[in-house]
Design a protein around this ligand. Structure first.
Ligand code: HEM
Length: 275
């Protein structure tokens, strides 16, 4: 008799592999909802103010530069960056949904091309905003976001290369890494709010130059990337202990994401939706 035959059928659901998968689904569901809330905020905050020509009202969301009188190129760079950010926040989630991948392969291919092109545009545009327009509170924090932007370019390259070569497993792994780094700026906001709520604002300052403010742009892509690597290795591993440890870490990550999301929605996003 095999080992599994001795286990009552209902308990099969609670194997370490199933629990690990469930923790991934839990995190992804919270993140997907959060991505779409972020897109909803971007559209609600910037589309009405742009459509009515009240460009100076972009700055009501609490920006560093945003709209600047007389800086046509900078203003166009800013608003194209922001509006396309809404697109990646919606399309990235669609791209990773297994049901969309399986049932609508043509959509997956075209959405993937659009997602990657827009992500590259956002990364390059963001880096130019920081270092050419000079939109930064301090160099160290800006360097963190810049590294995230460079990682977007690297991971997009690998995702595309493996897709063209039909190495589907490698393509899927790089696509998940791309998803994580494209969401680096989203993780900054969510991480910032989770930390602010949990610690009461320790290491944070109004001018964004406290230790927590400077570390957050680095943690925002490093922690999710490390957790993703552990998740992928645990899925391939035969060790139940390793699977359960990673399940715990991902579940904790899901809780922190939910907390940060709640804070971001309440304090950063919903108050700035224009109408
Ligand atoms: C690829 C994913 C990215 C998304 C989804 C994204 C999203 C956004 C959003 C929504 C804003 C408007 C600010 C707000 O209302 O919260 C913004 C502004 C900005 N982003 Fe990005 N961004 C991305 C990548 C980057 C990168 C890689 C950099 C820099 C290296 C960057 C630099 C900036 C700058 C400088 C601003 C202007 C902020 C201001 O004027 O105060 N972004 N971004």
């Amino acid at each position: 008799m095999s080992d599994t035959a001795a286990v009552p059928p209902r308990l099969h659901r609670f194997t370490p592999q199933a629990l690990l998968g469930a923790s991934g689904v839990l995190w992804f569901s919270i993140a997907a909802a959060g991505q779409w809330l972020f897109a909803y905020y971007i559209i609600g905050a910037y589309v009405p103010r742009t459509a009515t020509g009240e460009f100076e009202r972009w700055n009501e969301t609490g920006l560093i530069d945003g709209y600047a009188q007389g800086d046509l190129i900078g203003n166009l760079g800013f608003i194209s960056h922001v509006l396309l950010a809404a697109f990646v926040s919606v399309s990235g989630v669609m791209q990773l949904l297994p049901i969309v991948r399986r049932r609508f392969p043509t959509f997956h291919r075209w959405n993937g091309r659009a997602y990657m092109s827009v992500a590259v545009f956002l990364a390059v545009g963001g880096i130019l905003l920081v270092w050419v327009r000079g939109t930064r509170m301090n160099d160290l924090a800006a360097l963190g976001t810049t590294i995230d932007g460079l990682l977007i370019l690297v991971t997009a390259g690998f995702t595309l290369r493996h897709a063209i070569a039909r190495r589907i497993d490698q393509h899927r792994r790089w696509a998940m890494r791309l998803f994580v780094v494209v969401n680096g700026v989203w993780f900054v906001r969510v991480g910032y709010m989770a930390w602010a709520i949990a610690s009461g604002g320790a290491g944070m300052s109004r001018s964004l130059n406290g230790p927590a403010d400077i570390l957050m742009p680095y943690a925002a892509f490093l922690v999710p990337l490390v957790l993703l690597e552990f998740y992928m290795r645990a899925r391939d591993s035969r060790s139940s202990g390793f699977k359960l440890a990673v399940t715990g870490a991902i579940a904790l990550g899901a809780g922190i994401t939910a907390l940060g999301l709640f804070g971001a929605w309440m304090m950063m996003w919903s108050p700035n939706i224009a109408y």
